[in-house]
Ligand binder design. Structure first.
Ligand code: ATP
Ligand code: ZN
Length: 314
């Protein structure tokens, strides 16, 4: 059965067509899955450099993880209860020869071949920070002042097919994670939200911060979303790109002790840790910049070019 595709309005569809016509995005045949041009990649790389340098300045340790996650980790954090509609699970073939022939026949006829598959131990990573918590917990207690981890630009997957070019199924999320004392984690998150807002404004974007919620599933999810919003656990950095609603280009999330309780993250003196993460969505930020400054990167304002490509003399 084909996936239900989220509605995109006329402006979003128009932007998608434009990006494809100009070669910035390369269609795959599935909505929300695109290749991209060199110019698009140049902006992603520039964002990447800025974020990596900012992380280094903040004393972050760099760790990198593959885009697959042991399924047990997703189970432990309750992802399937909260976001079953977004998860991607890896299934593979483990049958005999006749089942293989049946599978190949279904595939050749472009029919459903899922009956021949079995679940593996793996899921796709839905947020770049997920592998960090168990990895740091495995080291033992965290130093008293906490740790900051730069997880870099991970490929992440979310099953939300759409013709809005701002809503992809697979995209890059650069995350910084702070695991530390409850007293500093929240102020760290807030300071980063302000810093990112200042960056966006320097980049010429009309951006603002607002409390937000995650897209929790179902009726119980609506209550969780309301509570998350009321406690301001999630802030989003919003920009109007296309369509009636502004688009979240980055988020600043305070998890209280959700991940630390799940994975047994403690500080030196056996104090429970709190955690926070910052997630920057590269592709959405590129769209915001293109929308604001146009398709020709060489014609972008000097101030913007100086931030993104400081080594390029004009
Ligand atoms: P939204 O509310 O738009 O669904 P989200 O709150 O689920 O986004 P986060 O989980 O906070 O997003 O992810 C961090 C960042 O990753 C977002 O601020 C955004 O820049 C980017 N992002 C999230 N979902 C998508 C997507 N489907 N396509 C492209 N970028 C995305
Ligand atoms: Zn995160």
């Amino acid at each position: 059965m084909a996936a239900e595709i989220r509605e995109a309005d006329a402006e979003q569809q128009q932007l998608l067509s434009e990006l494809i016509e100009r070669g910035m995005l390369v269609e795959s045949g599935v909505p929300g899955v695109y290749g991209h041009s060199e110019a698009f990649g140049r902006v992603c790389d520039a964002l990447e450099r800025w974020l990596t340098a900012a992380g280094r300045e903040a004393g972050a340790e760099v760790l990198r993880f593959p885009p697959l996650l042991p399924k047990v980790q997703l189970e432990k954090v309750g992802y399937l209860g909260n976001f079953p509609h977004l998860a991607g699970s890896v299934f593979s073939f483990e049958g005999d020869e006749s089942q293989a022939a049946e599978l190949a026949a279904h595939a050749a006829a472009h029919e459903d071949w899922s009956a021949a598959l079995r679940q593996t131990d793996l899921t796709l990573v839905p947020a770049a920070c997920y592998p960090v918590y168990p990895a740091i917990a495995a080291r033992g207690p965290v130093p008293d002042e906490g740790v900051i981890i730069d997880v870099g630009p991970s490929w992440v997957f979310r099953h939300e097919p759409s013709f809005d070019p701002g809503r992809r199924q697979v995209f890059h999320m650069h995350e910084l994670v702070h695991i530390g004392p409850s007293t500093t984690v929240l102020s760290w998150r807030n300071a980063w939200a302000e810093r990112a807002l200042a960056l966006f404004i320097e980049l010429g974007l009309n951006a603002w911060l607002a409390p937000a919620s995650d897209p929790f599933f179902g009726r119980r999810g609506r209550m969780m979303a309301a509570s998350q919003r009321a406690q301001e656990l999630k802030l989003e950095l919003l920009v109007s790109i296309a369509g009636p609603e502004p688009t979240a280009c980055a988020s600043f999330n305070h998890h209280l002790d959700h991940f630390s309780a799940t994975f047994g993250l403690t500080l030196g003196a056996d104090q429970p840790a709190h955690t926070a993460c910052l997630g920057f969505g590269h592709e959405r930020i590129v769209l915001a910049l293109v929308r604001q400054h146009g398709y020709d990167l060489d014609a972008w304002p000097d101030q913007v070019r100086a931030i993104l490509w400081p080594d390029e003399a004009r």
